[in-house]
Ligand binder design. Structure first.
Ligand code: UDP
Length: 310
């Protein structure tokens, strides 16, 4: 029988790719988005009777008439400049939004997958980060609306698992990139690629020695799906990310070497609370999901530069 999935944040970068993935697998897909950072153009290519889009903010209670088999809760601005623009809205999206989404899962008896984040580890003192690490998060800094919002969402989901036996799973997403990132959203990969293509200065914040581990979107989407298909007794949280670590300066040099550009590197102030290091330990994802990323940064970047962000 055809399964029905709700994807909140369905018009976003990852949400729209997840809609494609589920449609290819024969699902009926409802994409829900308030279009705050999501864009309708990310879904414009879909022409399917198995698809519908609903413009709705998950801060308000969600009502869906259909039976739902799976709810993927991806709705939340995820780029630091975007989520810091209106931090109260970000917090509400994470906390009230997750409450509304998991309430719907409880009512419908649907499986639930939460898009959590490596930001729950804050500026980590453990490296690489395992799921057992509790993190080093500033509760009152400029990133707190997102970090603490996502942490509160994780704890709420575990309360629903314990009190209402909701079949919920949590994935912690590490930096992910690919086509359909908003070119203006301010994240490092999109900024560097756009800057190089436009022959503008490549803006490194700080001295560029901070590290990130970059996962190509298609690897991540596969991880979402595999996690959703796990048994009722698996909840995670499970890290999903590419464990190959780069400094931001190395990323800038890679983008420069892969584009014919006159761009030069310039240095700007490092934003406060910017994590110095980040790299997932993916032992659990390998064991529980039989998942690991396949696309190295060079290949993903080459594809992104060729195809473009949009
Ligand atoms: N960054 C940078 N230049 C930019 C955008 C970001 O040097 O134009 C840095 C940022 O300070 C951080 C890293 O790149 O250290 C990753 O930033 P991003 O916003 O992509 O994601 P984060 O992992 O910080 O949430």
């Amino acid at each position: 029988m055809q399964k029905t999935a709700l994807v909140t944040g369905g018009a976003g970068f990852l949400g729209s790719h997840l809609c494609d993935y589920l449609l290819e697998r024969g699902y009926y897909v409802i994409a829900m988005d308030n279009l705050y950072t999501g864009r309708k153009q990310n879904l414009a290519h879909i022409d399917s009777p198995n698809f519908e889009f609903r413009e709705q903010d998950i801060i308000r209670p969600i009502e869906v008439e259909q039976n739902l088999d799976e709810i993927y809760n991806l709705a939340c601005p995820a780029s630091p400049p975007q989520y810091q623009k209106d931090p109260i809205f970000t917090w509400k999206t994470s906390v009230f939004g997750t409450y509304n989404a998991i309430e719907l899962a409880r009512k419908k008896g649907a499986k639930f997958l939460q898009a959590s984040t490596s930001e729950v580890y804050g500026d980590p003192k453990e490296h690489p980060q395992k799921e057992t690490y509790w993190g080093n998060v500033n509760p009152v800094g400029i990133r707190s609306c997102y970090d603490e919002g996502k942490r509160a969402a994780e704890s709420l989901i575990f309360d629903y698992i314990c009190m209402h036996q909701v079949d919920a799973k949590i994935v912690r997403i590490f930096n992910t990139y690919g086509p359909r990132m908003n070119p203006a959203d301010g994240r490092v990969v999109s900024n560097f690629v756009v800057q190089a293509k436009n022959n503008e200065d490549i803006t490194i914040y700080g001295d560029g020695s901070q590290t990130r581990s970059f996962c190509y979107y298609s690897d991540l989407i596969e991880g979402f799906y595999r996690c959703m298909q796990t048994d009722q007794d698996f909840h995670g949280p499970v890290n999903l990310g590419n464990p190959t670590e780069f400094t931001v300066k190395e990323l800038a040099e890679k983008v420069l070497s892969m584009t014919e550009t006159q761009s030069k590197i310039i240095y700007k102030d490092l934003p406060s609370d910017d994590p110095k290091i980040r790299k997932p330990d993916i032992t659990l994802a390998k064991e529980a999901l039989n998942w690991e990323p396949k696309i190295p940064l060079e290949d993903g970047l080459r594809n992104l530069i060729e195809v473009g962000l949009n």
